[in-house]
Design a protein around this ligand. Structure first.
Ligand code: TYD
Length: 151
């Protein structure tokens, strides 16, 4: 009988890809109006909206991952940089336009930094607040990403 050769390898579970979404923009001489409809302009039902303002100079936010939450980050005013790390590589997005949103799928370690003074950031999310959906420790995050697989 052939010997059974088991090799333990670590593979990263595939994640959905982040992407920049474009929103309708109605601009006339008076101002600029943008709108976002659930399941049309963002790929989920919006269950919760939160917003961030008054970020002190040099402060950053995030440093966590979500196991299942989908989010879209929109900059209403100002600018900031979002880092999305999948456990192997990191991609940075500089956001400054109110007619765009960064779609952040679950599973990425996220950091938000370089907030320009006066930045107001709106976040559309797919679920109510759930403390158990967070991973706040980077080593725990890497362990969660690298599920061992037998082959
Ligand atoms: P957190 O998600 O860690 O914010 P950030 O990633 O911007 O640093 O949340 C900060 C605090 O606010 C934390 O105590 C949880 C609380 N919170 C809510 O109660 N409801 C919410 O919808 C959010 C996003 C946070």
């Amino acid at each position: 009988m052939d010997a059974l050769n088991l090799e333990l390898v670590c593979v990263l579970q595939p994640l959905e890809s982040p992407k920049l979404l474009e929103f309708p923009k109605i601009a006339d001489g008076r101002s600029c109006l943008c709108f976002v409809e659930a399941r049309k302009h963002v790929p989920f039902d919006i269950e919760r909206v939160y917003y961030i303002n008054d970020v002190p100079y040099g402060e950053s936010r995030g440093s966590h991952a979500h196991k299942s939450l989908h989010q879209v980050i929109i900059i209403l005013s100002g600018s900031l940089t979002v880092d999305l790390d999948d456990g192997e590589s990191l991609k940075s997005y500089q956001l400054s336009r109110a007619d765009q949103g960064l779609f952040c799928p679950p599973g990425y370690w996220r950091n938000m930094r370089e907030f320009k003074s006066g930045t107001v950031c709106l976040v559309l999310t797919s679920a109510h607040y759930d403390v158990y959906d967070y991973i706040r420790d980077y080593d725990e995050y890497l362990a969660w990403r690298h599920h061992p697989v037998l082959r």
